[in-house]
Design a protein around this ligand. Structure first.
Ligand SMILES: Cc1cc2nc3c(=O)[nH]c(=O)nc-3n(C[C@H](O)[C@H](O)[C@H](O)COP(=O)(O)OP(=O)(O)OC[C@H]3O[C@@H](n4cnc5c(N)ncnc54)[C@H](O)[C@@H]3O)c2cc1C
Ligand SMILES: *[C@@H]1O[C@H](CO)[C@@H](O)[C@H](O)[C@H]1NC(C)=O
Ligand SMILES: *[C@@H]1O[C@H](CO)[C@@H](O)[C@H](O)[C@H]1NC(C)=O
Length: 426
């Protein structure tokens, strides 16, 4: 076979898509669904062979519930998970307990703050997507560009050698995003803290009240959160500079370290929860964030390529806002693309670039604010025994700042415009 034929054969095997989303996590699935709601079909490439629920569970604040409502899935999850009214933070050093209320100032819809299983959230989003939207076992390795029939395309080189071409590329590929790197965003920074997370299962019922329980002790912060009457999500966050790839992976060893070392002086209820862990859910993760100025001034979009979720704004989990912000991104990005699409009646060169720029412009300050707020909150809550950190934590944080925080998570990302070609399904 001569070179030219081989070239032609390769070309004919390449696939062409309008919109490709890399990453089938919260951001990727929510963006695919948002785009579907405005009448645009997107492909989702996910490197794992099934939906990946690393982290077991998460808390969703009113901003996330509004976004899920705009996406049309809030009603599927709300009946399964009750809202919290109260939380407790116990300082194990002094024995002092601070109580805080979990209600936003104008949470009119009453959706409140609710925990969800990650798996349930991902499935609720995925179930609304047209069949075969998600291509599993598809890992993006690198990106180039090419000009094809007068338009510029992103060329996606998959790890297995496949090549896909996309008019629009949205990177929802998490903290270590290949798309963010291609855009030229600076790599995220290690916060010097790690988190262990797991799901404890009590087949006969755990009997805990429906409350968020947190414990702070020196430089540790831990907690547990009932999800429903059988399942309890727990976490512990500690200081460590170990890189992700050097961290232990064996769940048995991680659990042992928590029980016998890190949390050995914790209340027996906490240890009991850790002992009930379903080991398949237990993970250890380094906590990373993007420097806010890198996000504000960095290249968050280029031509028809942008990023959403952790790929755009990785943040420490101290305000529980990473996933919530990813859902906001999905709605706002879909709205910008949808509006340009509806005006244009198709994916057109001019419209799409402007739509992505509009999205980035709308998001970057808010996301940078959440990164900063999360980092400061982590510093205050886990600053250890310095008198200043303690003073701020006890006197200011759980009082005054918490109110400000609830204003920030009361953010309303708005609704989606109705799609012009949405009629196909439902
Ligand atoms: C300890 C901890 C607690 C947290 N608690 C909360 C909370 O209570 N509330 C909250 O809102 N948020 C919380 N978060 C943050 C939240 O987990 C993240 O912000 C959220 O998961 C981001 O979703 P994402 O879709 O952007 O990224 P991810 O969830 O990381 O998903 C990225 C997806 O892309 C895939 N992928 C990656 N690279 C490639 C590639 N090259 N090719 C193909 N696919 C790829 C991955 O397999 C994955 O499925 C917490 C985080 C931590 C660490
Ligand atoms: C709690 O949620 C899990 C995961 O969705 C589910 O398997 C379990 O049956 C639920 N428990 C109850 C009592 O509903
Ligand atoms: C964006 O996509 C459109 C439609 O395919 C294309 O015409 C245009 O060249 C692309 N622009 C860039 C900068 O990639």
């Amino acid at each position: 076979m001569c070179l030219r034929e081989r070239e032609r054969e390769r070309e004919s095997m390449e696939k062409y898509y309008d919109v490709v989303i890399v990453g089938g996590g919260i951001a990727g699935l929510a963006t695919a669904l948002g785009l579907k709601r405005v009448g645009i079909r997107a492909m989702v490439l996910e490197r794992s062979h099934e939906l990946r629920a690393t982290g077991a569970a998460l808390s969703l604040f009113p901003n996330a519930w509004r976004a899920l409502d705009a996406l049309g899935v809030a009603h599927k999850l709300i009946p399964l998970y009750s809202a919290f009214t109260q939380g407790y933070v116990t300082d194990l050093g002094s024995g002092k307990v601070v109580q805080f209320a979990f209600s936003g100032p104008q949470d009119g819809e009453g959706m409140g703050v609710r925990p969800v299983h990650r798996k349930a959230l991902l499935e609720a989003l995925a179930q609304e997507l047209p069949p075969e939207t998600i291509l599993f076992s598809s890992k993006l390795a690198s990106i180039t560009t090419k000009v094809h029939q007068d338009s510029s395309l992103a060329v996606l080189h998959m790890e297995d050698g496949t090549i896909l071409n996309a008019k629009v590329l949205i990177g929802c590929d998490g903290v270590h995003s290949v798309v963010a790197q291609w855009l030229g965003l600076k790599a995220p920074i290690h916060s010097g803290r790690m988190a262990v997370r797991g799901l404890a299962v009590y087949p006969q019922g755990h009997g805990f009240e429906h409350r968020v329980q947190q414990f702070v002790h020196d430089a540790l912060r831990a907690g547990f959160i009932p999800l429903n009457s059988t399942d309890v999500y727990w976490f512990i966050i500690y200081k460590s500079c170990v890189k992700g790839d050097e961290a232990p992976k064996d769940p048995v060893l991680i659990q042992k370290d928590v029980l016998e070392n890190m949390a050995k002086d914790f209340p027996s209820t906490y240890l009991d929860v850790v002992q009930h862990t379903d080991l398949s859910t237990l993970t250890l993760t380094p906590l990373m964030f993007r420097f806010p100025l890198d996000l504000i001034f960095g290249p968050t979009c280029k031509g028809n390529v942008t990023v959403a979720g952790d790929a755009m704004h990785p943040m420490t989990p101290d305000l529980g806002q990473g996933g919530c912000a990813a859902l906001e991104d999905a709605v706002i990005l879909s709205r910008h693309i949808g509006n340009s699409f509806i005006k244009d009646g198709g994916i057109r060169s001019k419209g799409i670039k402007e739509a992505l720029e509009g999205y980035v412009y709308e998001r970057r300050w808010r996301a940078a604010g959440l990164i900063t707020g999360s980092y400061l909150s982590g510093w205050v809550q886990q600053g250890g025994s310095s008198w200043l950190a303690k003073f701020i934590r006890d006197k200011i944080f759980y009082g005054l700042l918490y109110k400000r925080f609830f204003e920030a998570v009361d953010f309303d990302c708005g609704k989606l415009p109705a799609g012009s070609t949405v009629a196909e399904e439902n």
